[in-house]
Write a protein that binds this ligand. Structure first.
Ligand code: FRU
Length: 528
C-alpha cells in the first residue's frame, strides 16, 4: 500500500552513521577534510547557507561502504572548517529491505517568498530538488506511474531550517520525464540544480541528459510546475556522461558591472589529460533567465576546474551574496572510488574553495582559493636552493605549505611530502620549468594496488609570472590539493601513505633554484 501523507525522513542521531564519540584517527582519516563517520559518500548535494549555518548534504549509503541505497547525509558548519554530523536528511525509501526510491544528487534553495506555499506561519521553507531513482516500476502516491530504473526530478521541503525534510508526495516527481523528443532518456535524466533568477523573477532548474551531454533548462514560479525552456550542449565533452551541472554568476576581474555565468559540469569518464575516470569541466558565458550561451573563447578548448584525478561533482552554496561563490567537491573518482583502502568510511570532500573569475592569458578563468584555518608561519628563505633534495624542519601528515621560487638552473623544483625515512615512499608536488606545468606525482605515494591507473603523475599548465612561480599545497592524511598561481589551476589527488611517512623536502632537479620562500606548518585536526 502506498503511504498517502508526506514521508518524514529525519532519523535519530544514533541511526545510520551519525556519530557519538568519534576519534577520527584511523589510518588515512582526513583531519581537515569532511568525511562521514562511516559508510560510503559521493557527491555533495543541497549546499546552502541559511540563518548563519552552512549545510552540506551528500550522497550517502547508510548501509555500507560501497555505492547503494542512496540517501542524503547531512552535516552543518558555522565556519566551513568544523563540521557537525546531523541525522540522515533523506533516507532511501524502503531502506533497508525493499528500496522503492533512492535520492540522487540535487540542490537546495531558501524559498524566502514562500512561492511553493510549503511555508506555514511566515516561516521560510527550504526546498530541495533532487533526482528520484526508482529501482522498480510503481504507481506513486501522486498517481503518477514510473518505470523501473527511471530517473525523475522531485522536491522535498524543510520547515525547521534544514534539519528535517518532507517529500512532496502529492506532486512528485515534479519533472517526471524529459521532453518528448528525449523520451528514450528517462534512465539518464538527473541532478537538478535550482536557483532563483532575480531579473526574470523565476526559479531556474538545470537537469542533465547525461548520455547526450545536454543540459536542459526549466523555469518555474512555484518550484512545483516546471516548463522546459532551452538546452545547452553537447560541447567540449570527451566521452562519458555529463552529470551534476550547475551555473552561477561571478563578476569578471572584480567588476560588478560585468557579470559572467559559469557552468560547471561533471564528465565521467573523460577527465583531464592523463586522468583515467572522472573530471570536472566548465564554460564561461551568459545567461538571460532562459538560455546559457558559452563565450566563443570558452569553447575553444576544454576548461578543467581541476587537473587532478580526484575532483568530481563540484557544487556551490546557494544563499550567499551574488559575488560570493564557494564550491565543495567530491574528492574521489568513479574509476576506483569503491576500492580505496579506507575503513569504515569511503570518500572525502575537498576543502571548501572560494571562487572568483579573472582574465588569465586573455580568457575568463575560474580562480580557486581554499578555505582553511589560516596560520601565520615564519617563512624559510633560500637565495639559492641546492641541487638535489633538502630536508625540511617541518614534518607531519597534515600540512599547509606555500612555496614561491624563480627559474634558474633546475629543470624542476618543488616539495616532497609524506616521505618515509628512506624516501622510498614520497609524493612530489612541483613545477616543470621546461613544460611550464605544475604536477603531482603519486607514483610512490603508498598503497595503490587497488587500481591500475592510480599510480600516475598529473599535470596542469601554469605560466610563470616573469619567471616566478607560486603554489600552495594542502596535504592531509590521504590527499593533496594544490593551488597554482592565484588559483587559476588546481590539482587534487588522493594518496595512501604509511602512517610513519611524515618527512618533507625541497627538491631541485639538475641544478639549483633561486629566490625560494617557503611557509609551511602542520594543520591541526578540525574534528576535536
Ligand atoms: C554523480 C552521480 C550523479 C547521481 C549520483 C548517484 O557522481 O552519478 O549523476 O545523481 O552520482 O549517487
Amino acid at each position: 500500500m502506498l503511504p498517502s501523507a508526506g514521508y518524514a525522513l529525519a532519523l535519530g542521531l544514533c541511526a545510520f552513521g551519525a556519530v557519538s564519540a568519534q576519534s577520527y584517527t584511523e589510518l588515512y582519516r582526513p583531519q581537515f577534510h569532511f568525511t562521514p563517520a562511516k559508510n560510503w559518500m559521493n557527491d555533495p548535494n543541497g549546499l546552502i547557507y541559511h540563518n548563519d549555518v552552512y549545510h552540506l548534504f551528500y550522497q550517502y549509503n547508510p548501509g555500507g561502504t560501497t555505492w547503494g541505497a542512496m540517501s542524503w547525509g547531512h552535516a552543518t558548519s558555522k565556519d566551513l572548517i568544523h563540521w557537525e554530523h546531523q541525522p540522515v536528511a533523506l533516507l532511501a525509501r524502503g531502506f533497508p529491505d525493499a528500496i522503492t526510491e533512492m535520492f540522487f544528487s540535487g540542490t537546495a534553495v531558501a524559498d524566502v517568498d514562500n512561492t511553493s506555499g510549503f511555508g506555514t506561519n511566515g516561516s521560510t521553507p527550504l526546498v530541495a530538488m533532487y533526482t528520484s531513482y526508482y529501482p522498480q516500476g510503481q504507481e506513486l502516491p501522486s498517481g503518477k506511474t514510473v518505470a523501473a530504473n527511471q530517473q525523475a526530478q522531485s522536491i522535498a521541503y524543510s520547515l525547521d531550517d534544514g534539519m528535517t525534510w518532507t517529500t512532496y508526495d502529492a506532486g512528485n516527481p515534479v519533472i517526471a520525464e524529459p521532453p518528448a523528443e528525449y523520451a528514450d532518456q528517462i534512465l539518464e535524466f538527473r541532478d537538478p540544480s535550482v536557483f532563483w533568477h532575480q531579473e526574470s523573477g523565476k526559479w531556474v532548474s538545470i537537469v542533465s541528459l547525461a548520455k547526450l551531454h545536454k543540459l536542459l533548462f526549466y523555469t518555474s514560479t512555484d518550484l512545483k510546475t516546471w516548463k522546459f525552456v532551452s538546452e545547452f550542449g553537447p560541447a567540449n565533452a570527451v566521452g562519458g556522461v555529463w552529470e551534476c551541472p550547475s551555473i552561477f554568476p561571478l563578476p569578471l576581474d572584480g567588476d560588478d558591472q560585468n557579470l559572467k555565468w559559469v557552468a560547471q559540469i561533471g564528465l565521467n569518464p573523460g577527465g583531464p589529460p592523463g586522468v583515467t575516470g572522472s573530471g570536472t569541466q566548465y564554460f564561461v558565458g551568459s545567461f538571460d533567465g532562459t538560455s546559457f550561451i558559452a563565450d566563443p573563447e570558452s569553447l575553444e578548448q576544454t576548461n578543467w576546474l581541476d587537473y587532478g584525478p580526484d575532483f568530481y561533482a563540484a557544487l556551490s552554496f546557494s544563499g550567499l551574496p551574488t559575488d560570493e561563490r564557494i564550491d565543495i567537491t567530491w574528492m574521489s573518482n568513479w574509476q576506483y572510488a569503491a576500492a580505496i583502502p579506507t575503513d569504515p568510511w569511503r570518500s572525502s570532500m575537498t576543502v571548501p574553495r572560494k571562487l572568483s573569475l579573472a582574465t588569465v592569458n586573455g580568457i575568463a578563468t575560474v580562480l580557486q582559493q581554499p578555505i582553511v584555518q589560516e596560520q601565520t608561519s615564519t617563512p624559510w628563505r633560500w637565495s639559492s636552493s641546492p641541487a638535489g633534495v633538502t630536508k625540511l624542519n617541518v614534518t607531519g601528515k597534515a600540512l599547509d605549505a606555500t612555496l614561491s621560487f624563480s627559474k634558474s638552473e633546475a629543470t624542476d623544483f618543488g616539495l616532497i611530502v609524506r616521505a618515509s625515512a628512506d624516501m622510498s615512499q614520497q609524493t612530489r608536488i612541483g613545477y616543470d620549468f621546461t613544460t611550464q606545468e605544475l604536477f603531482v606525482n603519486r607514483t610512490s605515494s603508498g598503497e595503490a594496488g587497488f587500481d591500475g591507473s592510480f599510480s600516475s603523475v598529473y599535470y596542469a599548465p601554469l605560466a610563470s609570472n616573469d619567471g616566478n612561480i607560486t603554489f600552495r599545497a594542502l596535504v592531509d592524511w590521504s590527499s593533496v590539493e594544490v593551488f597554482g598561481g592565484d588559483g587559476e589551476v588546481t590539482l587534487t589527488a588522493q594518496i595512501f601513505p604509511s602512517d610513519d611517512s611524515v618527512d618533507a623536502y625541497l627538491f631541485s632537479t639538475d641544478g639549483s633554484t633561486s629566490g625560494v620562500e617557503l611557509r609551511a606548518h602542520q594543520v591541526p585536526s578540525t574534528w576535536n
